[in-house]
Design a protein around this ligand. Structure first.
Ligand SMILES: [Zn+2]
Ligand SMILES: [Zn+2]
Length: 110
């Protein structure tokens, strides 16, 4: 999932560190993420809106405890031990009236 990129750019999650590390947030879309933020992805689900660039981070344990939908719960369990930074097409901020996406949107407070 992670490999070296020859270009150095600002980490899209913390917008602070410059890094050459990047992840594929969506097929064909690479984003720069620094080591600390990749480490944070171990304990948090991280979503990045590919439309506005807003980053959402939620502790995995909290999300797991909250979710009632069995399909969603299964999906969370599958990535519990993975470091996932997921690109989403649109977020709550881009579309406040809410296209539902893969997230449990009622826990998404900006
Ligand atoms: Zn970072
Ligand atoms: Zn957005």
């Amino acid at each position: 999932m992670f490999d070296l990129f020859n270009k150095i750019d600002k980490c899209i999650v913390c917008r602070h560190e410059y890094t050459s590390m990047h992840v594929e947030a969506s097929p064909g879309i690479s984003i720069h993420v620094c080591e600390a933020c990749i480490e944070a992805a171990r304990y948090n689900f991280i979503w990045i809106c590919l439309n506005c660039g807003k980053v959402y981070m939620r502790p995995k344990a909290l999300m797991m405890a909250k979710v009632n939908n069995p399909t969603l719960k299964k999906a969370y369990e599958l990535c519990e031990h993975k470091q996932i930074i997921l690109g989403i097409d649109i977020c709550i901020k881009c579309n406040p009236r809410g296209i539902l996406n893969c997230m449990n949107t009622d826990s998404m407070v900006c």
